[in-house]
Write a protein that binds this ligand. Structure first.
Ligand code: F6P
Length: 320
């Protein structure tokens, strides 16, 4: 019988995590389940850093970015000894199950706990949208809006100065945030990790584009593909046109969640609690074709839709 559950947020924060925490507490309240909040992810779980959550502790958080529980990247959770401590800490408090909100790293932690017979459920919370099995993760849509607004603003100045502008966008190994913000922002060139990077081809194509009469160009590129400041220098040398690089950075992770993320957080939280009540553990929640679904927690590491992304880039930009 599930009477008391814990919730934690882990890894990079994302807008909508608070909406999920709030939904979990409110839905659990209706099902007469107590909720404990673990502070600072798996680190807090090992340190026994927990607080009681109730309707008043989660009021006025729905519209807030970040996570009221705090988060951490705690790599020592890979050590079995630390997971044993975590399970012990939860058992001592009478906690029957754990809901984790986060990305791939968070899911690995939950899967390992589940393999040690502790009931866990994962809710996808990351701006990267890189979790296999779900079309959207909580926070991605908000980050997308943030990036599109930034692209629009950079376009104003790029146009006025007739410059080439490079915009570095987060996403780790996943190009979703770059690709779809670039489509929405009309970027002339799109570079994502799913497609092998060819610097010479990129520069040659920008050159061609400028020779065709275009006065400026915007290049959207996912982080960690190259050093964008260096790329800007090379473009200036080869094309003889002023070039600036902007690294959007952590601004992409903050801000009030858009309605889509708030509603997604609610629907996924509801589904997570239903699964717990049905004793379906070791699962994670997703949304596919607008339907909330669940699947096994261990599917986390597969990459998504590379072919489709390639096709979209070809159609939406001046493919490099
Ligand atoms: O996973 C979310 C994310 O923002 C990635 O896009 C980025 O690579 C990483 O986290 C940055 O992590 P940190 O905030 O620890 O530097």
């Amino acid at each position: 019988m599930i009477k008391k559950i814990a919730v934690l947020t882990s890894g990079g924060d994302s807008p909508g995590m608070n909406a999920a925490i709030r939904s979990i507490v409110r839905i659990a309240y209706h099902k007469k389940i107590k909720v404990v909040g673990i502070l600072n992810g798996y680190l807090g779980l090992c340190q026994n850093n927990m607080i009681k959550l109730n309707l008043s502790t989660v009021s006025n958080i729905l519209n807030r970015g970040g996570t009221i529980l705090g988060t951490a990247r705690y790599l020592k959770f890979y050590k079995k000894k630390n997971r044993e401590i975590a399970i012990e800490n939860m058992k001592k408090k009478g906690i029957n199950a754990l809901i984790v909100i986060g990305g791939n790293g968070t899911y690995i932690g939950a899967y390992k706990l589940y393999k040690m017979n502790f009931p866990c459920i994962g809710i996808p919370g990351t701006i990267d949208n890189d979790i296999y099995g779900t079309d959207y993760t909580i926070g991605y849509s908000t980050a997308l809006e943030t990036v599109v607004q930034a692209i629009d603003k950079i376009r104003d100045t790029s146009c006025s100065h007739q410059r080439i502008s490079i915009i570095e966008i987060m996403g780790r190994n996943c190009g979703d945030l770059t690709l779809f913000s670039a489509i929405a922002g009309g970027c002339e060139f799109i570079v994502i990790p799913e497609i092998p990077y060819n610097e010479k081809k990129l520069i040659d194509n920008i050159k061609k584009n400028i020779h065709l009469g275009n006065k400026n160009a915007i290049i959207a590129i996912t982080e960690k593909i190259c050093n964008v400041k260096e790329l800007a220098k090379k473009i200036e040398i080869h094309i003889k046109k002023e070039t600036r690089a902007t690294i959007l950075g952590h601004i992409q992770r903050g801000g009030s969640p858009v309605s889509f993320d708030r509603i997604l957080a609610f629907k996924m939280s509801l589904f997570a609690i239903k699964l717990l009540l049905k004793k379906k553990f070791g699962k994670c929640i997703g949304i596919k074709n607008n339907k909330i679904i669940y699947y096994d927690l261990n599917y986390f590491s597969q990459s998504k839709h590379t072919k489709l992304k390639k096709k979209l880039i070809k159609l939406a930009s001046n493919l490099y």
